[in-house]
Design a protein around this ligand. Structure first.
Ligand SMILES: Cc1cc2nc3c(=O)[nH]c(=O)nc-3n(C[C@H](O)[C@H](O)[C@H](O)COP(=O)(O)O)c2cc1C
Length: 219
């Protein structure tokens, strides 16, 4: 993965103050045959690389990616990967200001295949479980659940206290898929990216969009 020099030019604010509801990127947003829409959320848990790698692996002609980052997600993204907000936004077809709860992702009438939050913080996990739609990412997750679409949460925290565990159970009961980014070692990973890819490929499987080159256990 390309990791450009750390640049904090957009970190003084949350960089999400656009007045428009959705910002399309380049040629992707061009009209064409209807594409499968996926919402990718990146929140402030450690592991922003999971969200970035997911965006890379979802870059396919038939998919349309809608990106949401929380303020803390932007912070961890810059800290952990050296990528700028603009670098990551460029990987999606559309991105949205997190505060714009009136954007189309806030409505169940906007057809979307599913949503992945990668990584998902405890704060965001808890807010979704409580139905607190106080920003667009949380509202989009709530809509995904109420419309009975796939909501995949790559929750990352350790250790977990009983409240966390109960919240995970509640979310699972509501229909969310809890997919913590826990690495496996049976494929003998040699690099961090191989560990990251393992979890990302499992999420792609869960979305029903398997990566053609995904490595699988097949002894
Ligand atoms: C470097 C760093 C690492 C963090 N790692 C985690 C983490 O792994 N899990 C978590 O739940 N919160 C983590 N946090 C705390 C969240 O960023 C914080 O709770 C924030 O309010 C989450 O907001 P959000 O859900 O809107 O992104 C981390 C914060 C920082 C600065």
């Amino acid at each position: 993965m390309m990791v450009p020099e750390l640049n904090y030019s957009e970190s003084a604010s949350d960089g999400q103050q656009e007045s428009v509801a959705a910002v399309p990127n380049s040629e992707h947003a061009a009209a064409g045959p209807r594409r499968v829409r996926i919402i990718v959320g990146i929140t402030g848990a450690s592991g922003a690389i999971y969200g970035v790698r997911l965006l890379e692996r979802l870059r396919r002609p038939n998919l349309e990616i809608h990106l949401l980052l929380s303020r803390s997600g932007i912070r961890t993204l810059e800290m952990e990967t050296g990528l700028r907000l603009s670098d990551v936004r460029a990987m999606a077809d559309f991105h949205y200001p997190i505060h714009d709860v009136g954007a189309r992702l806030a409505s169940g009438s906007f057809p979307v295949h599913g949503m992945v939050i990668a990584p998902c913080s405890i704060r965001t996990m808890s807010a979704i479980a409580a139905g607190l739609s106080s920003n667009l990412l949380l509202r989009a997750a709530d809509v995904t659940l109420k419309e009975r679409r796939k909501l995949i949460l790559m929750v990352r925290e350790s250790p977990l206290h009983l409240g966390h565990l109960r919240t995970l159970v509640a979310l699972s009961e509501m229909g969310a898929i809890i997919a913590p980014p826990i690495p496996a070692f049976y494929h003998r990973p040699q690099t961090v990216m191989e560990l990251v890819d393992y979890s990302v490929e499992r999420v792609l499987d869960l979305l029903g969009l398997p990566a053609p080159d995904a490595r699988r256990w097949d002894p």
